[in-house]
Design a protein around this ligand. Sequence first.
Ligand SMILES: [Zn+2]
Length: 271
Amino acid sequence: MTRTALFSPVEIVDGARERGIVLIGDHARNAVPDEYGNLGLPAAEFERHIAYDIGVEWVTRRLAALIGAPAVLAGFSRLLIDPNRGEDDPTLIRQLYDGTVITGNYPISAQERARRLDRFYRPYHDAVAAMTASVAAASGRAPFIISIHSFTPAMQGRRRPWHVGILWDSDDRAVKPVLEALRADPDLVVGDNEPYDGALRGDTMFRHAIVNGYAHLLIELRQDLIATEVGAARWAERLAPILDAVDRRDDIHQVKQFGSRTGPVSQGAST
Ligand SMILES: [Zn+2]
């Protein structure tokens, strides 16, 4: 894991804001500031999927360079607090994850929970909101938001056959053409809302895309395929032309409300 004296909850990867695209890496990093130690865990746990999305930082940086768009990466491990959850989600600060008890999170005081929201979670979401607003202003149209995640090849003894999954709630503008393009390759096993259902109230896509009516999608890549920089670059190169083609579709840069399968959507509904 990475430790620095000055810990930043967010990193911005520069790119042309007038391009109208924002890349997001919620789980790109496994870092925790010094005073949290290893949250009571052996250091090796921080190399596992429970601490971060393996390979995502490489894929996101390469995609940002290929597409020429900015990216926002969370600078902290999801074991500290998970930025891709609503503030009231019970898995916001996990005490048990895939067989590992997170000692440093159990028990957790209301004060410590509030501290992590203020120090990590909220600055990150403020940065995503600021970037989205800045891209909207620079491009003069609704931004297209692309979130990159990765998933572990096996969870609770169950193997996951997909190479890539597209997660979504109700807005299919970007989802349908991307699924179609990926499925054109007969060697790929492509998941539609696999390995998870993408409708999650208060998550990053809900807060920054769905509430605003911005076209978006969440791409889940299987971790073993992007666990090396070469593998990650290969996936970024596969995805870039597909996303570029979708970006040029008529309806992508328009504000359009599709609602949510999780309930009514309104500004501020996420918290
Ligand atoms: Zn993730």
